[in-house]
Design a binder for this molecule. Structure first.
Ligand code: NAD
Ligand code: TYD
Length: 348
């Protein structure tokens, strides 16, 4: 089994690569990543010397490169995670999202169809997507596999577009595909532009904790290793052409997540109770801010026996410990470009 993972140097991709490297020593795992600001080979330093691991630096928007890579390497399967992934960046600069998420996905699909030439035995194209394609929920109900698409940010619209392309290639060319739409992940190696690692980093440095609007938007948080476990199951046992929703069954208002992080970090940093909460700063809301995401993962439980790990508080504490123990990682990713991004995003 020669498996191409795209975006393997990013947050979720690195957990997927690590899981597959360790669980399937007989597979050959190829990690293709452009190493954008979000890609970091330090995320994989523990497995980079494994004999079943190969890294290729490359950009999925480069059509010629992608098609010749497939011709040369003859992959058996693809797990596609490479993407521009941050909503706020998609608002200030949507073009990169359209290029990577839409055009890049189309390049991979075309290359797979060309390379496999109608002989799809043992082949699979797994597209990793997000619950954000479904739009914004009110207080009731959850997203499931039959929820209509209603993306509302350039990020979610570009992911929705890629999902449609993947399904179209299945119906039109017979490409064997699976898609999953997952809720918000948290865990180690998460780039500190996203809520949880950004708040951890700011609490650590006693910087203001930016909460958009009133902090009442709700997200359904899933432990990243649970996501990687679901991807493993779906890649191996999911039905051809089907979609699976993955979620944490763990809804939290943003302000409550921030308060919990403050409480846990006050304890860990030996600060007085309530000290970090004083850093909370309500800032201008995100335009088009989706109110609530929540996933009904019944299909995945019934079909493949997957359930999320609990409890949130314990895994969040473990996540904080990882950031506190990996100062060098944090320093590397928050130097340089991160500073100018941060100034632009939060000084308005
Ligand atoms: P990330 O931003 O941490 O990592 C993305 C990776 O893709 C980086 O390593 C980056 O270098 C690489 N990349 C970007 N553009 C590329 C290009 N043109 N060519 C090759 N590589 C490129 O993202 P993540 O949070 O790990 O998300 C991974 C996937 O999971 C994405 O498709 C995202 O839509 C999806 N997803 C994320 C979440 C979440 O909570 N983070 C939830 C559900 C689904
Ligand atoms: P984020 O981690 O960017 O994920 P997504 O927007 O893809 O769900 O944001 C999670 C929630 O936290 C979202 O409702 C926006 C909010 N948020 C803040 O309040 N402040 C911040 O600085 C960031 C980055 C996000």
């Amino acid at each position: 089994m020669k498996l191409l993972v795209t975006g393997g140097a990013g947050f979720i991709g690195s957990h997927v690569v690590r899981r597959f490297i360790n669980a399937y020593p007989e597979y050959s795992i190829w990690n293709l990543d452009a190493l954008t600001y979000a890609g970091n080979l330090e995320n994989l330093s523990d497995i980079e010397h494994q004999p079943n691991y190969q890294f290729i630096k490359g950009d999925i928007t480069d059509k010629e490169f992608i098609s010749s890579l497939f011709e040369k390497e003859q992959f058996d399967g693809v797990i596609h995670l490479a993407a521009e992934s941050h909503v706020d960046r998609s608002i200030s600069g949507p073009d990169a999202f359209i290029q990577t998420n839409v055009v890049g996905t189309a390049n991979l699909l075309n290359a797979a169809v060309q390379c496999w030439k109608g002989n799809f035995d043992g082949k699979r194209f797994y597209h990793v997507s997000t619950d954000e394609v479904f739009g914004s929920l009110g207080p009731e109900g959850k997203f499931n596999e039959s929820t209509a698409y209603d993306p509302r940010s350039p990020y979610s619209a570009s992911k929705a577009s890629s999902d449609h392309l993947v399904r179209a290639y299945h119906h039109t060319y017979g490409l064997p595909i699976v898609i999953s739409n997952c809720s918000n992940n948290y865990g180690s190696h998460h780039f500190p532009e996203k809520l949880i690692p950004l708040i951890i980093n700011n609490i650590k440095n006693s910087r203001p904790l930016p909460v958009y609007g009133k902090g009442e938007n709700i997200r359904d948080w899933l432990w990243v290793e649970d996501h990687a476990r679901a991807i493993d199951l779906i890649y191996h046992q999911g039905n051809n052409g089907e979609t699976y929703c993955i979620g944490g069954n763990n809804e939290w208002k943003n302000i409550d997540v921030v308060r919990l992080l403050c409480k846990l970090m006050d304890e860990k940093l030996g600060r007085a109770a309530g000290e970090s909460e004083k850093l909370i700063s309500y800032v201008t809301d995100r335009p088009g801010h989706d109110a609530r995401y929540a996933i009904d993962a019944t299909k995945l439980k019934t079909a493949l026996g997957w359930e999320p790990t609990q409890p949130f508080e314990q895994l969040l504490a473990q996540t904080i410990d990882w950031y506190l123990a990996n100062e060098e990682w944090l320093e590397h990713v928050t130097s340089g470009n991160y500073r100018s991004y941060y100034e632009k995003q939060y000084t308005r």
